[in-house]
Ligand binder design. Structure first.
Ligand code: 2AM
Ligand code: CA
Ligand code: CA
Ligand code: CA
Length: 276
C-alpha cells in the first residue's frame, strides 16, 4: 500500500467540512425534522443524516479502501484497527444544535492501524477548527496550541456533566464529590468533541464522562495526544477506539491525581460500570 499524503488529506477534509458547515448553518434558518432515538434527550435530525451522508460520500470517493465508523449508520461495521479508519460524527452536540443553535461540532478522526493520524473538530457557529496531523503540532484555526503544562486540582476547571453527580447506573454519584469540592469550578458544554478540544487547548483542565462512542472521542484523543494530554477510561484502562467507553482526559499531573482519586473510591466500594 502506498503511503498516504496526509497533508493532501487535510486540505480535502477542511474543504468538505467547510461545505458541510454551510449546509448546517443554512438549515438553522428553517424548520428541522427532529426525532427521538433512545430517549427524549437523545435526538437525531434530518441534518445529522444529511451531513453524515455528504461526508461519507466524499471520503468514499477519495479513499475507497478506508473504513468509516459514524453515528447515524451510513458507515461500515468495522471490527478491526487494520488499515485506515475514519471516526465521524456529523453533528456532535445534537441537543445543542436543536435547542441552542450553537455549541455543536463536526468531528472527524482518522486512524491508521490504530494510530491517530489526523483530527478535525469544527465548531460550526464560532468558525473554530481544532485540527492536527500527528507529529506536526495541533492548531486552533491558524494558532498553534501549546504543550499542556501541569495544574493542581485546586486551580483546575473540570468539565463534567451533572448527570454523573446524580444517581445513575454508570457510576456511583459520590465518586467525584471531593474533586468537585476542591476544584476551581465545573463546566459542561454538551458536545464531547469540543470538550476534548478545549482540554487540548488549555481552556479546560479535565473532562470526564461515562459514556461516549468512537465518533465522539476519536478526533479529540488524537488532538490531546499531540499536545501531551493524558487520557484513559474511568478506571485507568487504555481506550479501545472501536468501543463505547468512559473517558477521563486531563492535563498531565492532574490526570494522575484524578485517576488515583477514582481508583481509591472504587477500592472503598463505589461502583463504575462501563457501557456495553
Ligand atoms: P451527540 O450529540 O452526537 O449525540 C452530550 O452530553 C455529549 O455526549 C454529546 O457529545 C453527545 O453526542 C454525546 N453522547 C454520547 N452518547 C449519547 C447519548 N446516548 N445520548 C445523548 N448524548 C450522547
Ligand atoms: Ca446522537
Ligand atoms: Ca457525538
Ligand atoms: Ca452526533
Amino acid at each position: 500500500m502506498a503511503t498516504r499524503d496526509w497533508e493532501a488529506l487535510k486540505v480535502k477534509v477542511m474543504q468538505w467540512i467547510k461545505e458541510a458547515a454551510d449546509q448546517l448553518r443554512a438549515s438553522l434558518s428553517g424548520p428541522l425534522e427532529v426525532s427521538e432515538k433512545s430517549a427524549h434527550n437523545d435526538l437525531v435530525t434530518n441534518m445529522d443524516r444529511a451531513v453524515e451522508q455528504f461526508l461519507i460520500d466524499k471520503i468514499r470517493s477519495a479513499y475507497p479502501d478506508d473504513k468509516i465508523i459514524s453515528e447515524e449508520g451510513f458507515g461500515d461495521a468495522a471490527d478491526t484497527n487494520d488499515g485506515v479508519l475514519w471516526l465521524l460524527d456529523p453533528i456532535d452536540g445534537t441537543l445543542n444544535f436543536v435547542l441552542q443553535k450553537r455549541f455543536f461540532a463536526i468531528s472527524i478522526g482518522v486512524y491508521e492501524n490504530g494510530f491517530g493520524k489526523a483530527a478535525f473538530i469544527y465548531d460550526v457557529m464560532s468558525d473554530e477548527l481544532f485540527h492536527c496531523l500527528s507529529g506536526k503540532g495541533a492548531f486552533q484555526n491558524d494558532k498553534q496550541l501549546l504543550r499542556l503544562t501541569e495544574v493542581s486540582i485546586d486551580d483546575a476547571l473540570l468539565d463534567l456533566s451533572a448527570t454523573w453527580l446524580k444517581p445513575n447506573r454508570r457510576i456511583d454519584e459520590n465518586i467525584m464529590t471531593d474533586l468537585v469540592r476542591r476544584c476551581s469550578g465545573t463546566r459542561a458544554y454538551g458536545a464531547a468533541s469540543l470538550e476534548l478540544a478545549y482540554v487540548a487547548a488549555g481552556y479546560l483542565d479535565a473532562y470526564f464522562t461515562m459514556r461516549l462512542s468512537p465518533w465522539d472521542y476519536g478526533a479529540g484523543l488524537i488532538l490531546l495526544n499531540e499536545v501531551g494530554g493524558s487520557y484513559s477510561t474511568a478506571e485507568g484502562a487504555q481506550i479501545d477506539i472501536l468501543s463505547k467507553t468512559s473517558v477521563l482526559a486531563a492535563r498531565p499531573g492532574l490526570y494522575e491525581y484524578m485517576a488515583a482519586h477514582i481508583r481509591d473510591q472504587v477500592k472503598q466500594g463505589k461502583f463504575i460500570r462501563e457501557p456495553s
